[in-house]
Design a protein around this ligand. Structure first.
Ligand code: NAD
Ligand code: UGA
Length: 441
């Protein structure tokens, strides 16, 4: 098939490379000129494991192209919309990219003679596909169901493991009009390469499935984080508790890891957007409001611990390891690390930070931070260190930290070290979700 993908960010680029690897001819379109230039030359401007190599491989097939213009749309069988839907100030989503993209698509649809399906992959609040995108596309003069089909196919990939998530989805949910059998048939054919259920629903159901999924994942994380607080008081290890809890088949082991709160471009944004949607219908989202409140508190839990051990932060030098919202990505959107650093700076500390991949993105938003070339450089000469994102590079023996930190303490928001080994290495070590304060030698 001929496929166009609008948006060359994390979702659009992975989808473009992914569909190309299944033998389709793909044109990926983005309004960002320099991004398109780089991608044409096989260079990604975001870090996703394996993506740059996969991009270069698919470019060599001659079936993958990048364009600024929407010209390929008229000849496409399927067009995926994967543009940004960021948060507005009140938590609801900003639909300006969706609007401009739909208008550009309508202009191309007007010129097209062949049937094509337009599939929304961006995360949009229930009602957007039918209430905003469909009317904008219909301005082309073409008839939905006859000249073009519309679908809402939420994306469930995770950053850091996006290529694998694309090729091995747990399920595909496709919201379509129940009378649009042409679209259903085309989507069945396109997705037949995946060995997972293909669930057809209404547009609104598909839109809500996406928000419900991310909100449930966020709820599990906030639950584990809330448990970590009582574990600290009871001198119990939260990982031991959640591991045993997760062995119950009705609960399952995933997304129960306590840490510095959930970040990233989607969990916080999507929960906030769903809460805003509740509000717009005059219903309260008591649980989801709490999920967000627990998360805000958890982000700064490690700073509370730090202050309770070393006192006021004014004039202190603090190392922060990890800037991305999780390992194996350079994405710093809503990263807990950024919130933590802002708090440290606001309280008068000087910050030295290191991240294996996210330094470039952090530079512009954290100009006051000294960005270091290695963990060693960041850890030397500081009053304390915070370990915030769980990059494998930070999984070092306790002796590594004690030799660099000397008597200064390490506060571990990811629980990457063994407290007993830390004690033996003479490291003043504190982590979330274990008895606090830890009795140091
Ligand atoms: P992103 O910001 O990385 O990329 C979006 C791209 O769209 C940008 O490169 C931007 O230049 C381009 N764009 C914006 N308006 C455009 C227009 N009118 N025409 C052409 N290009 C345009 O975003 P992302 O992280 O890939 O997310 C995209 C959507 O997918 C969002 O709705 C997000 O919630 C959802 N989503 C993201 C993930 C993820 O892991 N990042 C996972 C699932 C769903
Ligand atoms: C998340 C969802 O997992 C994807 O299914 C979804 O497609 C995506 O959002 C999206 O809609 O954009 P992602 O943001 O890439 O994916 O990252 P996750 O792996 O879900 O992690 C989110 C945050 O939760 C990270 O800060 C991570 O460190 C944290 N987390 C995760 C925990 O604190 N504990 C856990 O047990 C799991």
């Amino acid at each position: 098939m001929r496929v166009s993908v609008i948006g060359a960010g994390y979702v659009g680029l992975v989808n473009s490379v992914g569909w190309c690897s299944h033998g389709h001819h793909v044109t990926c379109i983005d309004s960002n000129r320099s991004l398109i230039h780089n991608l044409k030359n096989g260079k990604t401007t975001l870090y996703e494991p394996g993506l740059e190599q996969a991009l270069q491989q698919e470019l060599q097939t001659g079936r993958l192209d990048f364009q600024e213009s929407y010209g390929s749309v008229a000849e496409s069988d399927v067009i995926f919309i994967a543009v940004s839907t960021p948060s507005s100030a009140d938590g609801s989503i900003d639909l300006s990219c969706i609007t401009s993209c739909s208008q550009s698509l309508a202009a191309e649809l007007a010129k097209s003679e062949s049937f094509k399906v337009i599939a929304v992959r961006s995360t949009v609040i229930p009602g957007t596909t039918e209430g905003l995108i469909l009317p904008l596309l219909s301005e082309s003069g073409k008839k939905p169901g006859k000249d073009f089909g519309l679908a809402m196919i939420p994306e469930f990939l995770r950053e850091g493991i996006a290529l694998e998530d694309f090729s091995r989805p747990d399920r595909i949910v496709a919201g379509i009009s129940s009378v649009d059998l042409k679209t259903r048939k085309l989507l069945e054919e396109l997705h037949s390469v995946f060995r997972c259920p293909l669930v057809f629903t209404s547009f609104k159901t598909a839109e809500l499935v996406k928000y419900a999924s991310n909100s449930f994942l966020a709820t599990r994380i906030s639950f584990a984080n809330e448990m970590s607080r009582i574990c600290e008081k009871l001198d119990v290890d939260v990982d031991e508790v959640m591991a045993a809890v997760g062995m119950d088949k009705r609960i399952g082991p995933h997304f129960l890891k306590a840490g510095p709160g959930f970040g990233g471009s989607c969990l916080p944004k999507d929960v906030k957007a769903l809460v805003a949607e509740f509000r717009s219908h005059n219903i309260s989202a008591l649980l989801l409001d709490s999920v967000l409140r627990v998360n805000e508190g958890q982000k700064l839990r490690i700073v509370e611990m730090l202050k309770s051990v070393i006192g006021p932060l004014q004039g202190k030098k603090i190392a922060v390891l990890g800037l991305s919202f999780k390992p194996e990505t350079d994405d710093i959107r809503e990263s807990s690390s950024v919130a933590i650093i802002r708090k440290l700076l606001a309280e008068g500390a000087a910050v030295k930070a290191y991240d294996p991949r996210a330094m470039e993105k952090a530079r512009s938003i954290l100009p006051a931070v000294e960005l270091c070339n290695s963990p060693e450089q960041s850890l030397s000469g500081v009053d304390a260190a915070l370990l915030v994102s769980a990059w494998p590079e930070f999984q070092k023996p306790a002796g590594f930290y004690s030799s660099l930190l000397k008597q200064s303490p390490l506060f571990d928001a990811q629980r990457m070290l063994d407290p007993e080994e830390a004690r033996k290495a003479g490291l003043a070590y504190y982590s979330i979700g274990r008895g606090f304060p830890w009795k140091n030698p």
